[in-house]
Design a binder for this molecule. Structure first.
Ligand code: PLZ
Length: 451
């Protein structure tokens, strides 16, 4: 019997929710595809684990060799509702059959309007809000800066250490880490200033003190009156799943309000149920002026948004915001399906359950595996920071050995952090507990061979 008979053509939650290895990782079919890819795809485009995907759903990814891997990546925090989620599939199918594109700037349609309405409801704050839709997270960040600059008549953009905001020219300047995101790609956009970030594991500062340190840099090196916006991830994503000390974000938001600076929460990774709330700012009681949304919002289709105070969003002249594909009707249908799924399955509650499960298991592991310096995160955005035992010195080699060991055993994990020493866990929120426990069993087993 050929293995290919076991390879499903359809994904979604009906896929067997199991870890099943039938070949080495990657298997022969993936290796063959990888050879073709190497000849055809630019070398600058990487892949964490070159198993080529046949189908995915729930908490698993099935590859072209028939291996079923436990998904702790969600395509980098995108498939929050799971791959091929039924409500996404049905709405996308209906939309594709009706029409695929007219361009909202040419002839509009209701899906775009409804996505903007829903995002205005779901983002923090009771004030009047409006939204504009784009294709990628980076594009949303760029447009938030455009809105803030027009609204304030100022040009400076403040970002923090370890920030990640994208790979376009402006967002590269806003992103902190050089390799691989910036190396050789300059010159970068001007008027971007970097201030220190609250990083409790490394700086030991309470929120108020950490905020005072950030604000001091803005005051002394930029001048509040020159700042259009402060852009910050409420929980750092690529920068290491850093949760700032309590009160840090609120103190920055107060400072922004007092000085007419637009406070932009980049919730591209942390938003849409990922942390156990619609937006991570809610955990700190912070109401941003503008919120950038992407990733999880559309169940895997490319859609992004800037949502915020109506008077700020409306400060841009007619025609000043847009793009050919922004708010494409198929992506909007996917977003409405994803949001409906989040509500129907109460995925905020589920993210909190995942937090309890993962942090419980990881703290147990940390007790016997000294390289774990800290277990942290919110909801289903959980990480371990891997260090030389008893210090805060980053140990990227051990983190990547742990991650590689998980891959070999059929668990798809990702690393992150400025020092590459953080292992992060961001499963789809529809992954069953049994799979998450099995993934943690695998990690513990790998740790026992790595330590
Ligand atoms: N802001 C907070 O997390 C994307 C990038 C992976 P795009 N993060 C994953 C990589 O190596 O390219 C991200 C984010 C935050 C902005 C972005 C950018 O979103 O949709 O990738 O442009």
């Amino acid at each position: 019997m050929s293995i290919t008979q076991d390879i499903p053509a359809v994904g979604g939650p009906e896929l067997p929710q199991e870890r099943r290895l039938v070949t080495e990782i990657p298997g022969p079919a993936s290796r063959a595809l990888h050879e073709r890819r190497t000849a055809a795809v630019a070398a600058g485009v990487g892949s964490v684990l070159p198993v080529y995907v046949a189908a995915a759903g729930g908490g698993v990814v099935v590859d072209v060799d028939g291996n079923s891997l436990i998904d702790l990546a969600s395509g980098i925090a995108v498939t929050t509702v799971g791959n091929a989620a039924p409500e996404v599939v049905s709405r996308v199918s209906a939309q594709v059959a009706a029409f695929t594109h007219t361009c909202f700037m040419v002839a509009p349609y209701d899906g775009y309007v409804e996505v903007c309405e829903r995002l205005a409801d779901l983002t923090p704050g009771e004030h009047a809000k409006k939204a504009a839709l784009f294709n990628s997270g980076a594009e949303a960040v760029e447009n938030a800066v455009k809105v803030a600059r027009v609204h304030t008549g100022r040009s400076a953009v403040v970002v923090v250490d370890h920030a990640y905001h994208g790979r376009t020219n402006l967002t590269m300047a806003m992103t902190a880490k050089n390799m691989p995101y910036k190396q050789g790609f300059g010159p970068f956009a001007g008027e971007v200033y970097r201030a220190p970030m609250s990083y409790p594991f490394r700086d030991g500062l309470d929120g108020r003190t950490a905020a005072a340190r950030t604000i001091d840099v803005v005051d002394k090196q930029v001048g509040a009156e020159n700042v259009a916006c402060l852009v910050i991830e409420p929980v750092l994503g690529e920068g290491g799943f850093v949760v700032p000390a309590p009160g840090y974000l609120a103190a920055l938001a107060d400072y922004c309000r007092d000085h007419g600076i637009v406070f932009v929460a980049d919730e591209i990774q942390s938003g849409m149920c990922r942390t156990g709330a619609w937006f991570a700012c809610e955990h700190e009681g912070v109401v941003p002026d503008l919120v950038t949304v992407a990733k999880g919002v559309a169940g895997g289709l490319p859609l992004a948004a800037v949502v915020g105070r109506a008077e700020m969003m409306d400060s841009v002249h007619a025609g000043g915001l847009g793009g050919t594909y922004g708010g494409n009707p198929v992506a909007c249908a996917a977003a409405l399906g994803a949001i409906a799924t989040m509500e129907q399955l109460d995925l905020n509650a589920r993210a909190r359950e995942v937090e309890a499960l993962l942090t419980g298991r990881l703290r147990e592991l940390a007790a016997t595996f000294p390289p774990i310096g800290e277990v942290r995160g919110r909801g289903a955005m959980i990480a371990i920071e891997v260090v030389e035992p008893g210090t805060t010195n980053p140990d990227a080699a051990t983190a990547s050995r742990l991650s590689a060991g998980c891959h070999q055993a059929g668990v798809l994990t990702l690393t992150c952090g400025t020092y590459g020493n953080i292992l992060r866990f961001l499963p789809p929120l529809v992954a069953p507990d049994a799979l998450l426990h099995e993934a943690m069993d695998v990690l513990a087993e790998v740790a026992s061979t790595v330590g």
